[in-house]
Design a binder for this molecule. Sequence first.
Ligand SMILES: Nc1nc2c(c(=O)[nH]1)N[C@@H](CN(C=O)c1ccc(C(=O)N[C@@H](CCC(=O)O)C(=O)O)cc1)CN2
Ligand SMILES: [Mg+2]
Length: 283
Amino acid sequence: MTTILDGKKTADALMADLKTQVDALAGQGVVPGLAVVLVGDDPASAIYVRNKEKRAQSLGINSVIYHLPFSTSEQELLDQVNALNLDPSIDGILVQLPLPDQINAQAVIQAIDPDKDVDGFHPMNMGRLWTNLPGIVASTPYGIMQLLAAYGIDVAGKSVVIVGRSNIVGRPLAGLMLNANATVTIAHSQTQDLFALTKTADILVVAIGQAEFIPAAAVKPGAVVIDVGMDRNAENKLVGDVDFANVEPIASAITPVPGGVGPMTIASLMIQTVNLAKKRLNG
Ligand SMILES: Nc1nc2c(c(=O)[nH]1)N[C@@H](CN(C=O)c1ccc(C(=O)N[C@@H](CCC(=O)O)C(=O)O)cc1)CN2
Ligand SMILES: [Mg+2]
């Protein structure tokens, strides 16, 4: 029997626990503050930002959305970020990606106060992760680790292959897996004989953005498969990077799309926002 790693159910359970923590903070006079900056009108980004706001509101987190026009200049966005850096009611700042072409995303990420960088994308937080120091960790990788933990899947000593080397998923996840004592390989578009490599993985994570790219023949029977993709197939149906119908029967556990990694991303953002508010209270 394959275990379906249910991100929605797991996120809901984590959020129920988090709500009691937010209530306790409120009792001590601290309301966690999350600022989300959205530039332009990308429909998918608008949905993600709305979902973050809904989740924050249901927990009692003060979420403030700054919706700037598509024509916003890099300097205008930097000014907004600097104002939020100085706002004592804001614990976490995130700038929704992708950004319009006229804005250098790295410059914006590096302008965020590393101690408010709730996305964990700032080089300071990436550096902390890779030196195994406490810091803020990107939400999707953090969510994947939480999901595996919720199902009792220990990564220590396992062979983990991550397909995709983005700053949002692949690289930070590799750091987290290494810190949890996995043996990690990062594969990417230049990797030779990719499917021979993926077939060696005890835990296979795929984050490349290509619909149903990983076939059953590329997966070791009994592997744990984590699908970070959110793609549209030829019938315009939302699917992942893994051919779920054919891989599910041979995997020991697998995430669905939707309802796997995605909900864990937003839950992780909320957890880290609350952790930052606790830091404001306790120093
Ligand atoms: N600043 C950031 N930008 C982006 C991030 C991020 O972590 N920080 N990640 C993604 C978008 N994202 C959150 O921002 C995100 C994407 C998808 C989901 C999600 O719940 N997906 C659902 C399916 C949604 C659908 O039906 O389309 C699922 O998988 O079940 C949550 C968060 C890029 N930008
Ligand atoms: Mg999902």
